[in-house]
Design a protein. Structure first.
Length: 282
């Protein structure tokens, strides 16, 4: 059964207006709140202690996702039944799925990430596209990375497109935001992490790095802007600048695909008994 809650009929309702404003970065920063849309994101938010504040749901969505509504209530979120017009007014997607949550910011101080001494980290430097940022975060989560760092030159983590592209991974691992790239690299190096910059023009080949067995230790991958890569001053901070080899005729890989290849290469090397081995060995 759908929850008993007031029907929010008018998009001019103060609660609806407050939710709608979170589509803009300045309001998100002021309120330290962001939108999570769709059943997957809302379910993850409800399961992340203290994150989900409010939930707007159509009657149909409340019936279809009664378990999520229950989880939201258990998490202490205020649940509102709303018309489809209201959901469409709040949502930033073309085809809303009937659930829109309001969540508290959940970024982690960079010092806490360093104190945990992570073994695999993704650093997003100069990444401006929110879809790319969210997808790299998802890749890092899937590869078992223990943290993600967004530098001060990168996109807003809580941009609705970035949140959607993360497909719930935003709620799974620590993410630090607004960290100057120099500070990010220096801090990670101080904890014994090797810094690898991913760049198509890198001097070192990923296959060679794997075969040499140099990737089994704690590693942070630095990823840059898809269009123009990493600035020279950022590449200079790294211990090595590594390219993903192109064995076919493709001109290049997009950022998220390259990030997935690099992160999984490190994950494999770190999990291999006795370190990494050549793929030609039995």
């Amino acid at each position: 059964m759908p929850p008993v809650a007031p029907e929010l009929i008018s998009p001019r309702s103060p609660r609806v207006s407050a939710a709608r404003r979170l589509g803009k970065r300045n309001f998100r920063g002021k309120e330290r709140l962001f939108l999570a849309e769709g059943p997957q994101a809302v379910r993850e938010a409800a399961g992340h202690d203290g994150t989900l504040v409010e939930l707007f749901a159509t009657v149909e969505a409340a019936e279809r996702y009664a378990d999520i509504i229950g989880e939201a209530r258990t998490a202490g979120a205020r649940v509102h039944l709303a018309s489809e017009d209201v959901i469409a007014d709040i949502s930033t997607t073309v085809t809303p799925q009937g659930l829109v949550g309001i969540c508290r910011f959940l970024d982690t101080p960079f010092e806490e990430i360093l104190a945990a001494r992570p073994k695999l980290v993704a650093v997003l430097a100069h990444v401006r596209d929110p879809g790319n940022a969210g997808t790299v975060l998802r890749c890092a989560d899937a590869a078992g990375a223990e943290a993600v760092v967004l530098t001060d030159a990168s996109v807003d983590l809580y941009n609705p497109k970035a949140v959607r592209a993360s497909v719930g991974s935003l709620f799974h691992l620590p993410v630090a935001v607004g960290v100057p790239v120099e500070r990010a690299v220096a801090g990670l190096k101080d904890t014994g992490v090797r810094i690898l910059a991913a760049d198509g023009a890198g001097d070192d080949d990923l296959d060679d790095e794997l075969d040499k067995g140099t990737m089994g230790g704690p590693t942070a991958w630095v990823f840059g802007n898809e269009a123009w890569g990493l600035p020279e001053e950022t590449r200079a901070l790294a211990d090595a600048v590594v390219r993903v080899p192109i064995h076919g005729k493709a001109e290049s890989l997009n950022l998220a695909t390259a990030a997935a290849v690099c992160l999984y290469a490190s994950a494999r090397a770190q999990r291999a008994f006795g370190g990494c081995r050549s793929v030609t060995e039995s």
